[in-house]
Design a protein around this ligand. Structure first.
Ligand SMILES: [Zn+2]
Length: 427
């Protein structure tokens, strides 16, 4: 008898949760990931029409599910500009001498400086450590001229090409130009003129939510829908489908939206975001995090590469940055007694906490963690054209989505609230 009672209770719990999560169906998971990772999405690379095509599909799913539009947006697409500055003209002269070994990185259309413009002058001397000082100076918070002794010219030329490569930036733009010039000293008198052209391209996150009783407390589920596009052909295949990275996580976000929408009004509001450009600079999560009060995000479940079983088995998933908040422990408690298991990221040397969109929100104090299941240290398909649906385990993917739904229950119901991440603990 003593054994019977717990077994009975467990059977009731499993049965109940089985019925509840039966709404998360493998056939639906297969349908969604089938669209996202199809060849006609051409690898969903940000800044290509194929990323827009994927975003439109996800927005259509959010509409079908009946999510609310976020933050007075007119559509589910959170579209924002990304600016790219490229220098078209640069001239530097000292006295009447032209200094032609020069390049600039900029977020301004035009500058005209002299020694009297109040611009900071920095100098890398003959005996100085070029690489160290160059890396420090190029990150300078304010505009500057970096004068570099000609002894460093070979390094200068090597670094010039990559440092001058047009950087992309999202608004608001902070005007800043750093000019690097070969000169054996800081000249007493100089003149610098630069003009640059700016290209503007649009990117879109896809955002929807379910309004809860607590209107200003949000539980966030996210995944990035972009991938890396077209690669060098292998066996005549050049499309990096990104089935696992991160069509799997995006499928999780859509499926969870559908599941939670059917549960009726939650206690806490639930926010669903498919991020753009995770693979090309993290612009999507950066823009998104600037549009909200991070204190209102109670927890962030970022789903990354959940299509392949973890080494601990098909019903287990791991959490990055496990020690940075008690989010992981809350998830573990929420699924205690079920077949699911959550544990700390087993690959700390891979720095996975910092390799996805969660880190952007963690820097703002949000308990923001990635949940993943792919043995990244041995995965042969990571960022390859072979990251195809055929390499995934659909039953595992479906189970992981159910596990996340179960694990989030106590946070959504307001019973548990993860501790905040200490931003000083995030690089
Ligand atoms: Zn990814």
């Amino acid at each position: 008898m003593k054994r019977l009672i717990p077994t009975l209770i467990l059977a009731v719990i499993l049965c109940y949760s089985g019925r509840l999560f039966a709404q998360i169906q493998q056939s639906e998971v297969e349908r969604i990931i089938g669209v996202l990772a199809a060849d006609d999405m051409m690898g969903r690379q940000a800044f290509t029409p194929y990323a827009d095509k994927a975003a439109d599909f996800i927005a259509g799913e959010f509409k079908r599910i009946g999510l609310k539009k976020w933050n007075k947006m007119k559509s589910y697409l959170q579209t924002f500009p990304v600016y790219q500055f490229s220098v078209s003209e640069l001239s530097v002269s000292a006295g009447d001498k032209a200094l032609s070994d020069a390049f600039a990185s900029t977020s301004e259309k035009e500058i005209e400086w002299t020694q009297d413009s109040g611009i900071k002058n920095l100098f890398i001397g003959e005996g100085d450590n070029f690489r160290e000082m160059f890396n420090e100076y190029r990150r300078s918070e304010e505009s500057a001229v970096v004068w570099i002794h000609s002894a460093h010219k070979p390094f200068f030329s090597r670094y010039a090409s990559f440092a001058a490569r047009a950087g992309r930036t999202i608004g608001p733009i902070k005007p800043k130009t750093i000019v690097f010039v070969i000169s054996d000293e800081v000249p007493a008198a100089y003149r610098i003129r630069m003009s640059a052209k700016v290209d503007t391209q649009n990117l879109s996150n896809v955002v929807g939510y379910i309004k809860g009783k607590r209107k200003h407390e949000f539980v966030l589920f996210s995944g990035h829908y972009d991938h890396i596009g077209i690669l060098k052909p292998v066996n005549r295949d050049s499309i990096a489908n990104g089935a696992n990275d991160d069509a799997s996580g995006t499928t999780g976000v859509i499926t969870l939206a559908e599941y939670f929408k059917k549960q009726g009004k939650p206690e806490r509001s639930i926010l669903f975001v498919a991020f753009t450009a995770e693979e090309s600079g993290g612009y999507g999560s950066r823009y998104f995090s600037n549009q909200l009060n991070p204190d209102e995000i109670v927890a962030m479940f970022n789903l990354e590469m959940i299509g392949k079983p973890a080494t601990d088995g098909p019903n287990s998933a791991w959490i990055t940055g496990f020690d940075k908040s008690d989010f992981g422990q809350i998830l573990q408690r929420a699924v205690a007694g079920t077949q699911y298991k959550f544990y700390a990221d087993p690959y700390p040397s891979q720095n996975l906490f910092y390799r996805s969109d969660n880190a952007t929100l963690a820097r703002l104090g949000v308990p923001a963690h990635s949940i993943s299941t792919t043995p990244i240290d041995v995965d042969k398909d990571y960022h390859q054209v072979s990251d195809e649906i055929s390499t995934l385990d659909m039953a595992h993917l479906t189970n992981t989505i159910k596990a996340v739904a179960a694990a989030a229950a106590t946070i959504i119901s307001g019973k548990e609230t993860p501790s905040r991440v200490d931003p000083s603990d995030v690089d």
